[in-house]
Write a protein that binds this ligand. Structure first.
Ligand SMILES: NC(=O)c1ccc[n+]([C@@H]2O[C@H](COP(=O)([O-])OP(=O)(O)OC[C@H]3O[C@@H](n4cnc5c(N)ncnc54)[C@H](OP(=O)(O)O)[C@@H]3O)[C@@H](O)[C@H]2O)c1
Length: 335
């Protein structure tokens, strides 16, 4: 890799009145962000946040000329001798922190990042499989681990997953079912039920049923819940948790505001557990990726990875993720 080599990347330019998006093939090494590790990127993935980072008024990108992509997998081509876990030639994963937000991301043939963002690709996962999991799958795993830390165990009763056909939701269904939980999936997609049952859901219910926030308390139904929808869905989930149960909340595709009462908390001992994959400490991140390659390994990665696109095909995929039309995960073949 010479310092004068040019490479391809998908670039969003955020202007005052619009955002333009194009694949450029003339980016130089000087355009990459700060960092001591240079990675030749092979795969990335499409996340809801990438849609926001590529659109006008998305309020996510913190650079005017921006390479989105909050996930990447690739091979280290330059690294300092003393950097742990990232010797030249090592296969690695990077996601979270500023990647694809305030730092050029994974929709690029090369990325430069600080060594303390690096996760070694665990044995048992290919780079493509790791990106089929990506930030969404990591967030699903973090949600499940957080519920387990709070005491949830298989056999406790049904666990609800909302936004179940999306990235976080579908991988949460797969992981929970693989660990032996009874999973009920909530989806707004009329044709989603068979697919979610294939991933391991024992029951599928409609988005309408899980977004009725009209009552402060409903029948106690769920032993736990993974919610990436927020809004009235999270209100409903809180109102229908069983005594002492918890919901792991990670997203806002259904709205950012939360209207609830104190009753789920003071009458049922319910807990609302916040999930953040972005600033999750690197030690937790590396350990959880080991679980994603072993006991939490999604059992249906080929079914979950419903789409594969190139850099040139990204605009359609990014529009689809923002419109809630994507099912499962879409990987990006970067080279
Ligand atoms: N906290 C974190 O660290 C973290 C990490 C990753 C993602 N997130 C957030 O988690 C959310 C999901 O991310 P993702 O990558 O899974 O996105 P995604 O693939 O687009 O999935 C989101 C799903 O939400 C459901 N949905 C969409 N619009 C909705 C609406 N208006 N009302 C109710 N449900 C709706 C849809 O599922 P159904 O059709 O099946 O209902 C959709 O597939 C996003 O808000 C994202 O920003 C947070």
């Amino acid at each position: 890799m010479s310092n004068t080599e040019e490479f391809r990347a998908f670039v969003a330019v955020h202007g005052d009145e619009a955002t333009s998006r194009e694949v450029r093939d003339d980016l130089g090494m000087e355009s990459l962000g700060d960092g001591d590790v240079l990675i030749r990127v092979s795969w990335s993935s499409v996340n809801y946040k990438d849609g926001l980072a590529s659109t006008f008024n998305g309020k996510v990108a913190r650079q005017k000329t921006h390479v989105p992509g909050i996930d990447l997998a690739g091979t280290v081509v330059q690294a300092p001798d003393d950097a742990p876990a990232c010797e030249v030639g090592a296969e690695v994963i990077v996601h979270g922190y500023d990647l694809g937000v305030a730092h050029h991301g994974g929709f690029s043939e090369y990325a430069r990042v600080p060594s303390h963002w690096i996760v070694p690709l665990p044995h048992g996962l290919s780079a493509r499989e790791a990106m089929a999991i990506g930030t969404a799958g990591f967030t699903a795993a973090l949600s499940v681990q957080t519920l387990e830390d709070r005491g949830l165990r298989p056999g406790d009763g049904p666990v609800l997953v909302t936004g179940a056909s999306g990235g976080v939701g579908s991988i949460a269904v797969d992981i929970l079912a693989g660990l032996g939980y009874e999973v009920v999936a909530s989806t707004g997609k009329a044709d989603g039920a068979d697919w979610l049952k294939e991933l391991g859901a024992s029951g599928v219910i409609s988005r309408e049923e899980t977004s009725d926030a009209s009552r402060p308390l409903n029948r106690e139904r769920w032993a736990g819940a993974v919610d990436c929808v927020g809004g009235s869905t999270l209100s409903y989930v809180l109102s229908s948790l069983r005594y002492g149960a918890s919901v792991a909340a990670s997203g806002n595709t259904g709205g950012a505001s939360l209207n609830t009462t104190v009753f789920p908390f003071i009458l049922r001992g319910a807990s609302l557990l916040g999930i953040d994959s972005v600033q999750c400490p690197i030690e937790v991140r590396r350990a959880l990726w080991q679980r994603l390659a072993t006991d939490m390994r999604p059992r249906h990665l080929e079914v979950l990875a419903t789409g594969e696109v190139t850099l040139d095909e990204l605009p359609t995929a990014l529009d689809a993720v923002l419109a809630g039309r994507l099912k499962g995960r879409t990987v990006v073949r970067v080279r």
